[in-house]
Design a protein around this ligand. Sequence first.
Ligand code: BGC
Length: 365
Amino acid sequence: MRKFLARSVALSAVALLALTACSEREGSDSGSTGSEKGFAANALIGVALPSKTSENWVLAGDLFTNGLKEAGFQSDVQYAGASTIVADQQAQISAMITKGAKVIIIGATDAAQLSTQVEAAKAAGITVIAYDRLITNTAGVDYYVAYDNFKVGQLQGEALLKGMKEKKPTGPYTIELFAGSSDDNNSGVFFNGAMDVLKKEIDAGNVVIGSGQTDIKQVATDGWKAENAQRRMDSLLTASYSSKTLDGVLSPNDTLARAIITSVKGANKPLPVVTGQDSEVESVKSIMAGEQYSTINKDTRNLVKQAIQMAKDLQGGKDPETNDTKSYNNGVKVVPAYLLPPLIVTKTNAVEAYANDPKLAPLTK
Ligand code: BGC
């Protein structure tokens, strides 16, 4: 059971109790939308996305709107706003249920705060697909489609070690850890994946956390916001690096990686090896310029395509294809998942990695 962030469970223990009772009555069906399968070819498909905390979410909205139209569906694609994001997304999902959506695809703002809406969708015979981020504490989520996010974390951990070794062949190495927002289930998954790789080195004394902050609660970045990561990096530099050298920083994504780099530059310190994720334009430029060390390619086009394929299968009365039925326990059930493979990208393989991406390929020339 590698992929579950316990905090999400603690947050809504009450909801969990209610849902456990409910799921016991309903049994453990996974993915069936009732006895009648399939629905009209031009049915409404709802897509509820979080706020635009990284480029992948911005891209996903357009790709869903166009892709669902091409597939013959009607679509309702919504983003949660920036302020009351949880309430926004809850209201958007409720509206999609009222409008008669047949499938609702959700990139959750807060993994643990959607059980009421997801249960209501389920009761209305709607199939719920968790997109990129798992929805926790509910039996109502039918499928999960995502890149293998534990693997993302492992790749980040490996890249951090490799990058530091390239710069300085022998350790020990001094690093700092950053994690994503604690309301996003992925944050724990990325962090656990990275720690799966780093822990052995930390235990052996080859890697030292300069500040001593190793708990995900200490290293989380609220709302995935750049300013929060930058502020924390500023304090870490002041508190722990007046004489020590910082060799590396585990950053869970590109937005935070650039904030960390900005902080280090502002303090006039040498740049550490910094990891990332998402292949954002500015980070790919930074990698090519030799600043950020790595990113992850989780091509949003393929993820959206896979989610739309699930909707098409459901429309045709078929069970969508899944390739992992054991890893993603959401606290109530194991959610059948279709996982895509993430790719680590550094300056060394950027040309091949982005060869078929018209936006990124020119940046690597
Ligand atoms: C996504 C990442 C993204 C982060 C912040 C995560 O759930 O998987 O790709 O960087 O959210 O938007």
